[in-house]
Write a protein that binds this ligand. Sequence first.
Ligand code: HEM
Length: 455
Amino acid sequence: MTSVPPVPPVPPVPPPGCPAHESLYGPEFAADPAAVYRRLRDIGPIAPVELAPGVRASLVVGYDAALHVLRSTETFSKDPRRWKDLADGTVPMDSPVVPMMMYRPNALWTDGAEHRRLRGAITDALARVDPATLRGHVEASADTLIDRIAPAGRADLLGEYAQVLPLLVFNRLFGCPADYGERLVQGMSGIFDGVDAEKANELLATTLLDLVTLKRRRPGPDVTSWLMDHPAGLTDEEMVHTLVLLMGAGTEPQQNLIANSLRLLLSDDRFAGSLAGGSLPVEDALDEVLWTDPPMANYAVHYPVHDVVHDGVVLRAGHPLVVSLAAANTDPSLRTDQRAGNRAHLAWSAGPHNCPAQSPARLIAAVAVEKLLDRLPDVELAVPVKALAWRPGPFHRGLVALPVTFPPATATPSGVGDPPPVEGDAPTPQPSVVPETSGVPRGWAARLLAWWRGE
Ligand code: HEM
């Protein structure tokens, strides 16, 4: 890539006949994203798309181009305050993709030394999570959920298992009282789906502010307290934004990895024999899903710091450059069908912003899938795999539902599946830093809510 100032002005509309701006939203994209990636590849390794109505971006669909963008931090910034169309009002603040793309002072949206400081606190706090303890949390959470569905002989493994399990696990890891957790997941899913995003943002903000207040007063052996304890000295404001990031990453992509892997294991003949034989190729299924249906399909949003040209494509300063992790993974130039054990995929992204939670995330997914198949060995899809619908949205790859049937089973002996209570689960009302939504927020909390509300 070379620096090319000055470059010609951007045409206001795509030229006639140009297949410009494929949409990455709506049911058509959700039903067959691979077809969209194929058409975009015909244009080149980087092609124009719309992330939502009127929200234009360039999508990186080539593997080599993706790696280049992810690693060239001096040219491609993560900071959305450079997003020109948002700054000048071309993209309205109430666009459904804004909550997933807007600046927040956390590791994901910062560069350089600030990024290293914020990320350092995260990696160090996550390093304090003991894998055996984590496995115990996942097993206990899985047992709790399987106990609930087992007697019925049918379930939606997305809504009743994959979606809830990461939340139960993260409630434990983050020392989060149960009622907070429910509000958090409502907020997170609202943001990911772009449905009533403003309300979802507000719910998330108030709940996390409550959690930060609780942990400042009563720290415990949990990730929230370890983050606070870190020499990086995160302020309350940074804590809340870091928690938004961790909770977001820890629930939505996690649920998609679990559900997408279960879908594969239950639908693909290559796995059928091994399942019946009792040797569960769960790790292989995880690898394959991370290649073919990565939970974060198109994220890794970057902003060129100045105009640059790549393979003849002009990339404008401040124009969103979204790396398609899914399209890069299936770039035909990779010429590999060997998925099992091959970890060269970009499902965790790459470069300095790659996912810092790969090991725990993989462990959670593996244990969740193994446990389900172990407890319900004769589980089957309740509908043909082709009838399963995918949720619309440009960023994730997640199912609407995963209906299954199985011979009704009994619950584990009483109490086995109940996770231990988190300190603070008792209904002790905690004073909120930000008053309830009808109240008037104060100080930095007011600013935080204002960001979220796009004011
Ligand atoms: C299956 C589950 C997960 C997948 C597929 C996944 C994937 C990713 C991807 C693709 C990114 C890069 C995003 C970008 O560059 O814009 C990322 C970043 C991140 N992930 Fe994960 N993630 C998962 C689970 C988790 C979990 C469980 C946590 C935390 C507990 C987590 C924490 C983070 C954080 C903090 C970042 C930002 C890192 C930075 O910008 O320096 N992730 N993740």
